[in-house]
Design a protein around this ligand. Structure first.
Ligand SMILES: Cc1ncc(COP(=O)(O)O)c(C=O)c1O
Length: 397
């Protein structure tokens, strides 16, 4: 059987499907007809192997309690992907399934910190990190990344360590690769930050959900940078970004330290959740077993979208800057040279350009003046969005 879903130019009407991206504009305060390029899912059909697995499940039409165990193919599919794609040998005893990565972050926070204790993140970063820390009653500590004049971001080790010590930080949520700034952290960068965490007894939750979208360099699994890092790391992976399966809520964690795994399991049990979602299991197994061709196709397509956007911004959008992301399908656009107030920038994007993007400010104060665009859409949609920004800016002037 061959892969059937390789036409990424196809426009699929997602409206009226209860999807967050298209159907919630009015509810979230945007005009009904905005063109949305915000939330990080794709406007592409996933692999036909996933479709076939879910059709088979639907044909049986029994959706009873479900789980996975050694030898039934699920773990082997996950491990096979990690080995093929990341040359990473994962062990079954490290493996823990959760309904999504955000759920895993909240669980990890409860597993390794007490209310009022400190959790550190590096902003600008995926905004649920800060929200979950606050929602769980923990103390949010922020170490901003350093942004140079080319919008290239690096970690501020000195500031990070100072804040870790001052706040007696217990947990660091690392974004690897980093959403929204698109950095693929090098071994050396991860080693440095990891050593600070090791020295100060900080557990690391390494969110590697974007790990399959690498444009420059290679993805480094944080816990493998130095074997000693396995002792204090929870690594989160998922097929949800890679194969556009976010609505099926299945992610795979790896926790090599048995004591840390026990703590995590305890916090998980306290949530009352038990068996995973039957459809998530079927889809992820099919994707990891048979989805290579689809994924290689989508990756090439998105890479060319990013390249298109880069040239467009350089040639057609004076006053707007874009540094090519090293990883992720997200573009981080810098509007600061236009000198607009936050409200005027919002008016430019929403009212003049008619777009719904993720405003930089939501990723932290350090994101002020930026907008994030999701490039995982047909090229015609991306072109339309960029043309609308151009028109919006011309009308502004
Ligand atoms: C860095 C990062 N972590 C986690 C998530 C969400 O993961 P999940 O849907 O599995 O909770 C996203 C989604 O955009 C993300 O960018």
């Amino acid at each position: 059987m061959a892969e059937r879903h390789l036409n990424f130019d196809e426009i699929i009407d997602r409206r009226n499907t209860k999807c967050l991206k298209y159907d919630f504009a009015v509810k979230r305060g945007y005009p009904e007809d905005v063109l949305p390029l915000w939330v990080a899912d794709m406007d592409f059909k996933t692999s036909s192997y996933v479709e076939d697995a879910l059709v088979e499940l639907a044909h049986q039409n029994i959706y009873g309690y479900t789980n996975t165990q050694t030898g039934d193919g699920f773990f082997d599919a996950v491990a096979g992907w990690m080995k093929r794609r990341h040359n990473w040998d994962v062990e079954e005893r490290w493996h823990f399934k959760t309904p999504g990565v955000c759920f895993a972050i909240a669980t990890a926070i409860k597993a390794v910190t007490k209310p009022g204790e400190s959790v550190i993140i590096e902003q600008p970063v995926y905004y649920p990190f800060a929200n979950i820390i606050k929602d769980t009653g923990r103390n949010l500590v922020i170490s901003d990344l350093i942004c140079d004049e080319n919008d290239y971001y690096t970690m501020d080790y000195e500031d990070f360590e100072k804040k870790v010590v001052e706040n007696k930080v217990k947990l660091f949520i690392l974004c690897n690769p980093h959403n929204p700034v698109g950095r693929v952290w090098s071994k050396e960068e991860l080693r440095k930050i990891g050593e600070i965490c090791k020295k100060n007894n900080v557990v690391v939750f390494s969110d590697e959900i974007h790990f399959d979208f690498i444009w420059e360099g290679e993805h480094n699994v944080f816990q493998e940078v130095n074997e000693s890092f396995r002792e204090f790391t929870i690594t989160a992976t998922a097929a949800s970004k890679t194969f556009n399966l976010a609505g099926l809520q299945q992610s795979n964690l790896f926790i090599p330290n048995p004591a840390l795994l026990r703590k995590f399991r305890h916090a998980y049990n306290e949530t009352g959740l038990d068996e995973p979602n039957i459809a998530g299991i079927a889809a992820v197994q099919a994707a990891y077993e048979h989805g290579d061709e689809w994924f290689d196709g989508v990756r090439n397509y998105i890479r060319s979208n990013i390249e298109y956007a880069f040239e467009y911004v350089k040639n057609e959008l004076p006053g707007v800057k874009m540094n090519r992301p090293q990883g992720t399908y997200l573009i981080w656009l810098d509007f600061r040279e236009l000198g607009l107030s936050p409200k005027d920038l919002e008016d430019l994007i929403v009212k003049k350009a008619g777009l719904w993007l993720d405003r930089g400010r939501v990723f932290g104060k350090a994101g002020e003046g930026f907008e994030r665009i999701n490039a995982a859409c047909p090229k015609s949609v991306l072109k339309e969005a960029l043309n609308r920004i151009k028109t919006g800016i011309s009308n502004d002037g």
